[in-house]
Design a protein around this ligand. Structure first.
Ligand SMILES: Cc1cc2nc3c(=O)[nH]c(=O)nc-3n(C[C@H](O)[C@H](O)[C@H](O)COP(=O)(O)O)c2cc1C
Length: 202
């Protein structure tokens, strides 16, 4: 069985990332789109009011895939609301899943996103990782929100994440031969043994 990449992208960064993953995994790629036009105001309201906007995607039986790789921007420390809408609606049909985002790159987000995914689906993601736009910026612009939040990465710049993307895929598919560079910003599902409380029977 093949994997499937499912993505939402407002300004193109995560669309590029999703298609890069599709190529590397040789799998299907499904875009989640919004049913209404997005403005800065609707984004703000979504975030403040925890709204789930209307979304649409090509009809697809996701349960027929081995794993889903979910790809979206991060907004205010959370999964961009259109993909969160999709996940909430399709949670019972999704196979095992992982999440990857090309985002500004604030610290601590993968753990936060892992918890959001658990809340949305009632299941534990296999892997959550972010690629930091911040790393693409010249030193004087790094860690300044206004530069990273609005940055549009080019296809050539995406190549800079080659090692991190291959490492992500290696964790997703242990049989994968290519090795990569461990990311600084990765959350990985603990082994079942680590989830047991100390002293609990094995
Ligand atoms: C309203 C808004 C809030 C954002 N909040 C975050 C954030 O909390 N953390 C982060 O790392 N990036 C944040 N970003 C940056 C986006 O995740 C980043 O620009 C992403 O690459 C955009 O993806 P897209 O081009 O696929 O839409 C935010 C961007 C916007 C527009």
């Amino acid at each position: 069985m093949k994997h499937v990449v499912i993505y939402y992208s407002q300004t193109g960064n995560n669309k590029q990332l999703a298609h890069d993953l599709q190529r590397r995994l040789d799998c299907d790629c499904v875009e989640v789109r919004e049913t209404r036009k997005r403005t800065r105001f609707t984004t703000l309201l979504d975030i403040l009011l925890d709204r789930k906007p209307g979304v649409t995607w090509p009809g697809c039986d996701f349960s027929a895939y081995s794993k889903a790789v979910l790809v979206a921007p991060i907004w205010a420390g959370r999964i961009a609301t259109p993909l969160a809408s999709f996940i909430a609606r399709e949670k019972d049909n999704l196979p095992d899943f992982a999440f990857l985002s090309l985002c500004a790159g604030l610290r601590g987000q993968p753990c936060q996103i892992a918890h959001e995914l658990m809340h949305l689906t009632g299941r534990t993601p296999e892997l959550v990782e972010q690629l930091n736009v911040n790393d693409l910026l010249p030193p004087e612009r790094r860690n300044k929100g206004r530069h990273a939040l609005a940055y549009r990465a080019s296809a050539r710049e995406l190549l800079m994440y080659e090692g991190e993307i291959e490492h992500f895929l290696r964790l997703l598919e242990p049989a994968r031969v290519i090795s990569g560079t461990p990311s600084q910003a990765c959350w990985h599902r603990p082994a079942a043994s680590a989830l047991r409380s100390p002293g609990a029977p094995a």
